[in-house]
Design a protein around this ligand. Sequence first.
Ligand SMILES: [Zn+2]
Length: 286
Amino acid sequence: MEILELGPGVIVFLRLDEGANIGLLRTDDGAVVVDTPSYPQDMQELLDAVGVSVPEVQLVINTHFHSDHTWGNQLFDCPILAHRLCRERMKANLDGEWSAEAIQAEIAKEEKVDPDWAREAREKLANLYITLPTQVFEKRREIAIGGVRIQVIHMGGHTPGSSVVWLPEARVLFAGDLIFEGRYPYLHDADVPALIAALKRLPKFDAQTVVPGHGALCGEAEIAALVDYLETTWTLTADHLAQGHSEAETVADPNYPHYAEEPVGRREENIRLMYDQLSRMEKDSP
Ligand SMILES: [Zn+2]
């Protein structure tokens, strides 16, 4: 992990190998956290690393519902802000894929594939108490803490309730998982055309630094590369579908764009997800 200061009080925990990037803003009136890691204890360690105590944190913002951006919420008593759809999905997950039984089953499944990960997850999630956002918004929310403005703007795309966090003074944009830098994006909950549209809005911020949800700090070139990957994969998949090709035939096409194969299998997974979304769109169209 690397800890970088992007502007006065603007800190990013760049966790290339550990998980999602986490943001922290320090002001004279307290701190703001942007996303919390899967393991609450990791959140505590990040705060310790920069000498910020839990009570100093005045606000937590979740960019979207995925566990690697929200499960560390339990550390905080302060308000937690997210888009309405983010909160709704988290709430629904409590009785489904995030029930204690479902989480244990997921860990047990991984045990055979990655026993070290499973051991760590079992240990670090033993006292997990999934904590929902306490405040929601619709289109955007502007907050000022210690005289520093923070804008949270709904974008959708990666998930229906995905938001970005914009610090206009420092011109830093926390893009959440709208951006995976230098690696395949995770698209399980994504609407691909909406994601492409959201990504195309990002250059309008004219940010000095863009913090992706995963990967290294980036700018317009990396956003353009991601848009290119998504558009090329989407268009190629639509062509296959139009020609009546099966999913297996489509995935076998060697002409799809490549990132370095990381995470393993995601290239194929993303083609399948797009094939599925396009098939549903075709079925729904009159
Ligand atoms: Zn995500």
